[in-house]
Design a protein around this ligand. Structure first.
Ligand SMILES: Cc1cc2nc3c(=O)[nH]c(=O)nc-3n(C[C@H](O)[C@H](O)[C@H](O)COP(=O)(O)O)c2cc1C
Length: 270
């Protein structure tokens, strides 16, 4: 098998994935039974670069990975920074793999790369907050996606308060949920944290699941106490989410707006 075999048309990727699996299986058998090429040790077959057969397979896998990224990149997401506080140390990373899971009880999940330098902080603390960013917070998103001293040591110089769990709630976010981790599930090269919501907020309003959670909060200092109704309406209008599409940050147009539920869309009922 030579590298000439690698350049196959896109449509043949699936067929060759099976071939890779077959080669991989065979290779494992060969390693333990015969051990070719003689004298070459190949313990991690599927990613082995010392064996020509296996390296062909890993290149096929890389092709699939890029295409998977391309496919998933068509799905527009918001951008969040997931934060935690481990023994007094604030940590976070930019996350788009965030979704609500259940309404009753209120559950959310985030997916974190197993190689992330901040993963251990989430596991140790057992808490996380998801900060939904506005389109004015792109720099913050970039910082929390970078391996830098500024991020690891200075928390991207971000100002924050805490709600129920003690996980940082970044100032000026569009909305946040503050959760306690109730389960962790394997998810390939990521891990899935399932969190039960203990506090959440948006548009200057915060709701706590318990009185104890409310007592822990420093958010009340940050909420606009003396703001009048008009200020809140204006804040709502000017806050737009930061979006992510095809590997790039996007800002939404304010022009296009239409209710999503047919029941509220008068034209459908005329
Ligand atoms: C828009 C965007 C979305 C991202 N979403 C995720 C995500 O959902 N999960 C994840 O583990 N990393 C995600 N990342 C990558 C991390 O933010 C970060 O780059 C990576 O964790 C850096 O490694 P470290 O945590 O070891 O410093 C995303 C990055 C960007 C720019």
């Amino acid at each position: 098998m030579t590298s000439g075999n690698i350049l196959l048309p896109a449509g043949s990727i699936r067929r060759d994935r099976r071939l890779c699996q077959l080669i991989s299986d065979l290779w494992v058998g060969i390693i333990f039974c015969v051990g070719p090429p003689s004298g070459v040790e190949c313990t991690e077959c599927s990613v082995c670069s010392t064996c020509s057969v296996c390296s062909v397979c890993s290149i096929y896998m890389a092709l699939e990975k890029d295409f998977f990224r391309q496919v998933m990149g068509q799905f527009t997401t918001g951008v969040t920074v997931a934060t935690t506080c481990d023994d007094g140390h604030a940590a976070g990373l930019t996350v788009s793999a965030f979704t609500s899971v259940s309404l009753d009880p209120p559950l959310v999940l985030i997916c974190v790369d197993l190689r992330s330098n901040v993963l251990a902080h989430f596991r140790e603390s057992g808490i996380f907050a998801v900060n939904i960013l506005t389109n004015r917070q792109e720099a913050l998103s970039r910082c929390f996606a970078t391996m830098s001293e500024e991020r690891y040591t200075h928390f991207c110089n971000a100002d924050y308060h805490v709600a129920a769990t003690g996980a940082p709630i970044l100032d000026g976010v569009l909305a946040f949920v503050d959760a306690r981790i109730i389960a962790e599930y394997p998810g390939g090269d990521h891990t899935i944290f399932l969190g039960q919501v203990e506090a959440m907020g948006t548009d200057g309003e915060v709701v706590f699941a318990s009185e104890a959670g409310k007592r822990n909060s420093t958010l009340t200092a940050y909420l606009p106490k003396d703001s009048n109704e008009l200020d809140l309406v204006e804040a709502k209008r000017s806050s737009m989410p930061l979006a992510y599409y095809r590997g790039q940050y996007r800002h939404l147009s304010k022009d296009y707006q239409r209710p999503s539920l047919a029941a509220y869309y008068d034209e459908d009922f005329e």
